[in-house]
Write a protein that binds this ligand. Structure first.
Ligand SMILES: C[S@@+](CC[C@H](N)C(=O)[O-])C[C@H]1O[C@@H](n2cnc3c(N)ncnc32)[C@H](O)[C@@H]1O
Ligand SMILES: C[S@@+](CC[C@H](N)C(=O)[O-])C[C@H]1O[C@@H](n2cnc3c(N)ncnc32)[C@H](O)[C@@H]1O
Ligand code: SF4
Length: 363
């Protein structure tokens, strides 16, 4: 698995804590050279043969056709694209036209994840998004017309000012566009964001009842529309589950390259420097941009497997739980929040909305 971080955005959304910035004076050509150099070097030194590639960000779709072509040509020098199961690229509506959409497929992208967030104009405004609902729908149509194998739509819920009816209409519009995958994220107030600051000042407030109501509505409506609710925030049509993201949840090794990207190979986690200018100069001078490294001990690994595994519909193997955890798991089953099989603990519908506090209780 290979993750590549493209840190550029046209505008910074007030809820987003991922590493990103406007391009400013960055030489994007030099950045792409650095990413290609780093990919070849880290693939060779780790012995990892990627089966999936994920281009995230930031906003990879805002790269120009020439820069996208340069990036993919460079990657193809060290990666055999015929051996890949899946190549995902994140895209924002209104950052590509039909010609660029056709180029995505031509270059080898098989799955596009579109950050639509909402189809309600007032919610898009609260989120500081640049696109209109019409542009979002047009982007989905454009990708489909150019033969994209799999289209994901990212949506967000429990946003201040978003009623349950707004959320229902957003879900219905998303379903009517017939994407193969929908991600529905509960808004989180991440530190160092404008939303977090508004929450701290009391200008925004969190409402756990809204969180649960919006979660259950998505579960009901999307499941009825034929989607498999395979992870807390993810719904897929048959055979369109994200293999790359499933790799993260099941604890596979992965390489994460580009500024701020995280890798985990053989219980060692590396994080690249979250600064594009430093990233480029370090790759050019010493060939890597690793900023933090840690060996994950067994206990930390166990806790991570529980927190991520409980989010999936397969649940967690009981062998991950200590005796106290097993006792708590039995209580969860008695309370109707989980199901215990001979080998696994799986959250049932009522428990799935409470996955984070339940995971905290089990460890
Ligand atoms: C890193 S963003 C990149 C996608 C793309 N740039 C965009 O904005 O459409 C990936 C997704 O994470 C989700 N996301 C980002 N910040 C979030 C937050 N604070 N709470 C919940 N979901 C969030 C959004 O749905 C977003 O589409
Ligand atoms: C929030 S998820 C959205 C996934 C999307 N819903 C889908 O189905 O493909 C993707 C984001 O997670 C972050 N991300 C994923 N893998 C990463 C890694 N290895 N290192 C750093 N960030 C990563 C990036 O910001 C990326 O844009
Ligand atoms: S949500 Fe997407 S477009 Fe908005 S700042 Fe984050 S990465 Fe950029």
């Amino acid at each position: 698995m290979l993750y590549l971080h493209i840190p550029f955005c046209h505008r910074i959304c007030p809820y987003c804590s991922f590493y990103k910035h406007t391009p400013g004076q960055t030489s994007i050509g030099r950045f792409i050279d650095a990413l290609v150099t780093e990919s070849a070097a880290r693939i060779a030194s780790s012995g990892q043969v990627p089966r999936t590639i994920y281009l995230g960000g930031g906003t990879p779709s805002m790269l120009s056709p020439a820069h996208l072509t340069k990036l993919f040509q460079g990657l193809k020098e060290s990666i055999d694209f015929t051996q890949l199961d899946d190549v995902t690229m994140e895209a924002n509506p209104a950052t590509f036209d039909e010609k660029k959409a056709a180029l995505f497929t031509e270059l080898g992208v098989t799955r596009t994840s579109l950050g639509i967030q909402s189809f309600a104009p007032h919610v898009l405004k609260t989120l500081g998004r640049e696109h209109t609902p019409e542009e979002a729908s047009a982007s989905v149509d454009m990708l489909r017309r150019t033969g994209m194998r799999s289209i994901n739509i990212d949506l967000m819920f429990s946003i201040p000012g978003q009623s349950l009816e707004d959320w229902k209409q957003t879900l219905q519009t998303a379903v009517s566009l017939e994407p193969q995958h929908i991600s529905a994220y509960n808004l989180t107030y991440e530190e160092d964001t404008a939303f977090f600051e508004s929450l701290r000042k009391g200008e925004m407030s969190q409402n756990e009842d809204h969180d649960a109501d919006h979660f259950h509505l998505a579960d009901e409506l999307l499941t009825q529309a034929g989607f498999d609710h395979y992870e807390t925030s993810n719904y897929a049509q048959p055979d369109h589950h994200s293999t790359h993201n499933q790799g993260y949840w099941s604890g596979e090794d992965y390489l994460g390259l580009g500024p701020s990207a995280v890798s985990t190979v053989g219980m060692v986690r590396h994080k690249n420097i979250p600064d594009t200018a430093h990233y480029v100069s370090q790759i050019e001078s010493i060939g890597n941009a690793i900023h933090e490294s840690e060996t994950i001990d067994e206990e930390a690994w166990r806790l991570e497997r529980i927190a991520l595994g409980l989010r999936t519909k397969e649940g967690i193997p009981l062998t991950l739980l200590d005796s106290e955890g097993k006792r708590r798991a039995l209580t969860l089953a008695e309370e109707g929040l989980a199901e215990m099989t001979e080998t696994s603990l799986i959250l049932v519908q009522r428990g799935r909305a409470l996955v984070d506090p339940i995971a905290a209780e089990l460890v």
